[in-house]
Design a protein around this ligand. Structure first.
Ligand code: C2E
Ligand code: MG
Ligand code: MG
Ligand code: MG
Length: 281
């Protein structure tokens, strides 16, 4: 009996592994096609300034509708895109699309917001990145100061010496640089001070139970104090409740982003929200 059970367990896992491998291959092959056939979309999630209540920027978040697997979230395909180098053309597509959207909104009279775009450290390490970005930004009649780039803390800290020069060039071009998922990547004060960054985004794992977990509440307070001492703005991500917002506001947080304000939205819905919120404030 035990033997047959063991065998079933083995078969169960080997089937699960096969499924995992097949799915990975499906994603890997699908990425190239998706880029060619326009299966990617961007959704936009607003960031609200806590001092004024207005939307000061929106974050572009990538969505992929796969013909077989349905909608695939970026956490599942970005790592594969990075390994296969497809992140380079995909990342340029994102930049182009996001800049096009900001330009369209401006033409429609929606002004005063910046576009925040996530970039992989693989993109930053590509020698052609800086020039490609500049020509996309300018093709849409925008400037560096219209753009914010988000890079995850762990990616920066693991590649500090390799990214420092490009971050400096991006900053000189007027781009705002934010460290994403902050608190998960072992930054030291000394290393943070070396980076030409303007803001930190507190990882949503600390925000989630800020009201119930004293430790996480203290981490949020600590990040805010640390960031402010370095002259940085602090944005909390994943804010889902009014109580979380109040707690962060009391702690001196500068801006929030999360389902409390809005989920990542298609462009037309995001535009309506921005117009409505910024007209009142
Ligand atoms: P991120 O940049 O930290 O983005 C925040 C993630 O949290 C998004 O997941 C967003 O949908 C989700 N989120 C926002 N508010 C809430 C909330 O209140 N509650 C909860 N539970 N979740 C919330 P998403 O869109 O699945 O993206 C996951 C990650 O994929 C992003 O994390 C980012 O690191 C990466 N990513 C997304 N788009 C791109 C892209 O164009 N390029 C690159 N390189 N990475 C991207
Ligand atoms: Mg981000
Ligand atoms: Mg994040
Ligand atoms: Mg993240």
């Amino acid at each position: 009996h035990a033997k047959s059970k063991g065998r079933n367990t083995f078969e169960f896992f080997s089937q699960a592994i096969n499924r995992g491998v097949r799915e990975r291959l499906e994603i890997e092959n699908g990425l190239r096609d998706a880029l060619k056939h326009g299966a990617f979309r961007l959704h936009y999630q607003p960031q609200v300034d806590l001092a004024t209540g207005s939307i000061r920027s929106v974050e572009a978040l990538l969505r992929w509708r796969h013909p077989v697997l349905g909608v695939i979230t970026p956490d599942r395909f970005i790592p594969i895109a990075e390994e296969t180098k497809l992140i380079l053309p995909l990342g340029l597509w994102v930049l182009d699309r996001a800049c096009h959207q900001l330009r369209t909104w401006r033409n429609d009279g929606i002004a005063g917001i910046r576009m925040a775009i996530n970039v992989s450290v693989k993109q930053l390490q590509d020698e052609a990145f800086f020039e490609a970005l500049g020509s996309i930004v300018e093709r849409h009649g925008l400037s560096g100061s219209d753009i914010e780039l988000e890079i995850t803390e762990s990616a920066i800290m693991e590649n500090l010496s390799r990214v420092q020069a490009i971050l400096k060039s991006l900053r000189d071009y007027g781009i705002t640089l934010s460290i994403d998922d902050f608190g998960t990547g072992y930054s030291s004060l000394g290393r943070l001070k070396l980076l030409p960054i303007q803001s930190l985004k507190i990882d949503r794992s600390f925000v989630r139970d800020i009201e119930t977990d004293q430790g996480n509440a203290k981490i949020c307070d600590g990040i805010i104090a640390l960031g402010h001492s370095l002259g940085l703005k602090i944005i909390a991500e994943g804010v889902e409740t009014a109580a979380q917002k109040v707690r962060l506001q009391d702690a001196g947080c500068d801006a929030i982003q999360g389902f409390l304000i809005a989920k990542p939205l298609p462009a037309d819905e995001a535009a309506k929200l921005i117009s409505r919120v910024n007209a009142i404030t």
